[in-house]
Design a protein around this ligand. Sequence first.
Ligand SMILES: Nc1ncnc2c1ncn2[C@@H]1O[C@H](COP(=O)(O)OP(=O)(O)OP(=O)(O)O)[C@@H](O)[C@H]1O
Length: 285
Amino acid sequence: MSGIEIRNLWKEYGEQIVLENVSLTIAPRAFVALVGPSGCGKTTFLRMILGQESATRGEILLDGKLLPKEPGPDRGVVYQRYSVFPHMTVLGNVMAGPEMRSARILGRRFGAARRAIADEARAMLAEVGLAGSEDKYPAQLSGGMQQRLALAQALMMKPRVLLLDEPFGALDPGIRADIHALMRRLWNEIEMTVIMVTHDLREAFTLSTRIIAFERRRDRPEEQARYGATIAQDILIWPPRVAGRRTMYEIDLHSLRDDPTTMGQFAGTTRPTGDGHAQTYSALG
Ligand SMILES: Nc1ncnc2c1ncn2[C@@H]1O[C@H](COP(=O)(O)OP(=O)(O)OP(=O)(O)O)[C@@H](O)[C@H]1O
């Protein structure tokens, strides 16, 4: 399981309030898209879940336990660019994380352990469509291939939460469609919760189970220091998507009733009414 609970989270940098009182429950295996205007704190929010930034106030819990203060293998991340090591081969990049972990546990890497990691890395590269590129360096790959590599590298650590910061933002539309299909397959197959920052609403609707929009409700310059961004919209994708179940007919809608991913706890959520139609609640009313 990998449910995330965010309780009354605030982030301030000096005088500037970036995030204001964000509370959110994310169900295990949800795919949440995070949208909002530039500078509203999406990356900051992701970095707090990753453990690269600490909250000024509030808590983040993963499966009911407070998140450790530093990044760990339970949380993987892919950025728009520069997620991979340029001086390592494709295979080396994918092996690096597990090798470091096994070196820490065993003191050094034994031949058999290393071979097992290499086998797993090759299988992962095949999974993301990079079989045959094992000996290349990242600079020899296209942008789409580099992002596939970054995904493979993150997934090798078997994260419970995968954080994506505009991972497909720099790709051409055709390549982006291919990698969307890959991303959807990986989310269906692997037990993980995904949180993705994107500027592309179409991408958000294509991939996610739920869209969270951050917005600064008061945005006059003199108010910026006193008010941060918070959740302005919480939109359920309808018909619902559930990881591992590809069609609506495989989804037991009644079992979803207590699932915040699909039922949405906040104003602005689109809820199924039970008769197959969606009902949208006003965001601010
Ligand atoms: N380390 C930092 N020190 C001070 N201010 C910061 C720091 N990191 C971010 N900020 C500020 O916090 C605000 C939110 O930044 P953030 O990058 O999280 O926004 P964003 O919504 O991801 O923006 P974009 O969509 O443009 O990537 C910005 O005003 C930014 O300048």
